[in-house]
Design a protein around this ligand. Structure first.
Ligand SMILES: Cc1ncc(C[n+]2csc(CCOP(=O)(O)OP(=O)(O)O)c2C)c(N)n1
Ligand SMILES: *[C@@H]1O[C@H](CO)[C@@H](O)[C@H](O)[C@H]1NC(C)=O
Ligand SMILES: *[C@@H]1O[C@H](CO)[C@@H](O)[C@H](O)[C@H]1NC(C)=O
Ligand SMILES: CC(=O)N[C@H]1CO[C@H](CO)[C@@H](O)[C@@H]1O
Length: 585
């Protein structure tokens, strides 16, 4: 039987989608029929199969799809149930939009006919309740593209065009939907056009024009202290190497502002550090700043640029099309591929000779200035020594035990800087954050990242570790995520940085009311504490998915705990949760 739903699946398969995270409902009868029909077909011709992965919560499904892409660069699909499932995608929608993640989301919609006029007409009471006035409006403002499938006769084109939007730079999520009569529509395969995958690729970013390259090099020639600021250039795994080379050539410091990726190896001599807020002495010292793939390069309230600073902005999304307010005093802004642009600049330096850009005395001065600023930034970094456990030592111990080929997912919130500095990643793509601000990304993203590695050995990791705040752990819907991890064989290590609740809202309050009423209040009276009886996070994971777990207090031997937990994940292929009992705030 050929239906709109079966052709939808065939089309996703044809364009190269391999994983679909599903949460099904009454809008999907033809889809379920198609699943079974595919089983038979597969046994027959053994073609590369689509994998369907049940996600008992939709937001976890979308987090999985995000992690899958972040680990592999390949989009996945998510199928949800009418308006209800669309709403339950919840904050994960914000993250895929903010982090520019290509993902194909499909939802059915309530049947529009009620007398049995068509296959799929209403036959359950919920079909009246789910008849949303404008279903895609739930999600439209976060999508790069929204399309209704109006007939099965061109479902292929609608799906391919949507994915074309998703894969065009800057990438992003797309949403397709169809009423049940349409998704159930019977089709005659010979009526459907033969479409070729190669004809539906996304649009690519270009290189710098000659004029722009010339301007960049001219201003760089005059610079005393040039720096590069980036947050997600490392999406392209070639970037850490390319930036490393450019940084070495001209002694240019590379600063990661609110990073979501590894942009330069943390042991590179010109790596300038990481910050999420506050005063940035690098930016204040620089007279030439290349802002490269970056959403928040600095905050004008805290950081004052030099009056003579030249700012150049190169970005896959240089206008920040989804933000209402964004401006930096750049003299040149170009939407271009950052890796290509960096290579162009580097080649120009090689062609003209380093000496034509900076004298060797100037290069030595830059290096000295960089080392001095880096020391200042380190001194200014907030101390993460809590009364009991020294988190820095715990993270250093963890780092020593991580296998070479590992991935760390970081959702550690108020402990973010500590985690970057503690893990000090050197390999491209070895540390990721959600790139958005809706908490709960990590558990699903870990599952998606591991599935991506199972599908393609090039992306396989010897260990995936999630470092997560206790609040963010709960946001991640552990009941759904740990069940999935066991069911689909994706064991990972979770480190819960347990400070007894939500520390960040308190820090936000102090940012506005440093001496306000709340400044001397307890976490309990601020309603941001999980005390006096917080959940047992390890037990939650055990109940949902048989995870191994332990708690770490100041008297624990970090070494033993970490070694045991890693061995559970690697040898027993079971999830492990380490609940690190930090000082309550
Ligand atoms: C879905 C969602 N709800 C609420 C918030 C607001 N928020 C930002 S940080 C935070 C606390 C997170 O707690 P935890 O993960 O334990 O980290 P901590 O702040 O304690 O370091 C909250 C609730 C958010 N970002 N996302
Ligand atoms: C799934 O999780 C999200 C995020 O926590 C939540 O908003 C949503 O309500 C959950 N879905 C259901 C059906 O409960
Ligand atoms: C985790 O992310 C936070 C904030 O995004 C950051 O401050 C911290 O350094 C990060 N830690 C690691 C190990 O990446
Ligand atoms: C559960 C809890 O601690 N609630 C507190 C929330 O905040 C108000 C105002 O400070 C307190 O009175 C509640 O006890």
């Amino acid at each position: 039987m050929t239906t709109t739903s079966s052709v939808l699946l065939d089309t996703l398969e044809k364009i190269g989608i391999t994983h679909i995270f599903v949460n099904l409902g009454s809008d999907h009868p033809a889809l379920l029929e198609a699943f079974i029909a595919r089983e038979g077909k597969r046994r027959y011709d053994g073609e590369e199969e689509l994998k369907f992965i049940t996600a008992p919560n939709e937001s976890v499904a979308l987090n999985c799809a995000q992690g899958f892409y972040q680990a592999s660069g390949k989009p996945a699909a998510v199928i949800v149930h009418v308006d209800c499932g669309t709403q339950a995608l919840a904050g994960a929608v914000h993250n895929v939009a903010a982090a520019r993640i290509p993902v194909f989301i499909y939802a059915g919609a309530s049947p529009f006919s009620q007398e049995g006029e068509m296959k799929g007409s209403r036959n359950e009471f919920i079909h009246w309740l789910q008849d949303a006035v404008d279903q895609p409006a739930i999600i439209r403002q976060y999508m790069k593209h929204v399309a209704e499938i109006r007939t099965g006769k061109n479902v292929q084109q609608v799906v391919l065009r949507s994915l074309q939007f998703a894969k065009s730079q800057p990438e992003g999520p797309v949403y397709c939907w169809s009423a049940r009569e349409i998704s159930e529509e019977d089709l005659n395969p010979s009526d459907l056009p033969e479409l070729r995958r190669e004809h539906w690729s996304g649009s690519q970013l270009g290189a710098l024009s000659e004029t722009n390259l010339h301007y960049i090099c001219q201003t760089l020639r005059r610079a005393q202290f040039p720096i590069i600021v980036t947050s997600y250039a490392g999406r392209n795994r070639a970037i850490p190497d390319l930036l490393g080379k450019l940084a070495n050539q001209l002694s240019i410091a590379v600063f990661s502002s609110c990073p979501s990726h590894v942009n330069i190896a943390f042991n590179h001599p010109m790596h300038a550090g990481v910050s999420y807020t506050g005063k940035n002495c690098y930016v204040e010292a620089a007279d030439w700043i290349l802002v490269l793939d970056c959403d928040v390069p600095w905050m004008t309230r805290f950081t004052k640029l030099r009056r003579d600073a030249t700012v150049i902005h190169i970005d896959m999304d240089v206008l920040k099309e989804r933000m209402n307010m964004f401006y930096i005093p750049a003299e040149l802004r170009v939407q271009a591929d950052s890796a290509t642009a960096v290579q162009q600049i580097q080649r120009e330096i090689t062609r003209c000779g380093i000496a034509s850009f900076a004298s060797s005395e100037l290069l030595v001065e830059r290096l000295a200035r960089h080392l001095q600023l880096r020391a200042e930034m380190r001194l200014r970094a907030p101390s993460i020594r809590s009364k009991g456990i020294d988190l820095a030592i715990f993270l250093q111990t963890l780092r020593r035990h991580l296998p070479e080929n590992n991935l760390v997912l970081n959702e550690s919130i108020s402990n973010y800087p500590a985690v970057w500095d503690g893990i000090a990643p050197t390999r491209p793509g070895s540390l990721l954050t959600s790139g958005g601000s809706s908490l709960g990304w990590g558990l699903g993203a870990a599952i998606g990242a591991i599935l991506a590695g199972q599908a393609d050995k090039r992306h396989a990791k010897d260990l995936v570790t999630l470092i997560v705040g206790d609040g963010s752990f709960i946001f991640g819907v552990p009941s759904a995520a740990f069940w999935m991890a066991r069911r689909y064989g994706t064991p990972f290590l979770t480190i819960v940085l347990n400070n007894g609740g939500y520390k960040s809202p308190r820090l936000s309050m102090l940012g506005v009311y440093p001496d306000g009423l709340g400044s001397s209040s307890t976490a309990e009276s601020l309603n941001i504490s999980f005390g006096p009886q917080p959940p047992d996070y390890g037990l939650l994971a055990e109940a949902a998915g048989g995870a191994w777990h332990t708690k770490v207090t100041e008297s624990s031997c970090f070494e033993t705990v970490i070694r045991d937990a890693i061995s559970v994940v690697q040898r027993d292929r079971r999830c492990a949760v380490i609940d690190v009992q930090l000082e309550k705030f």
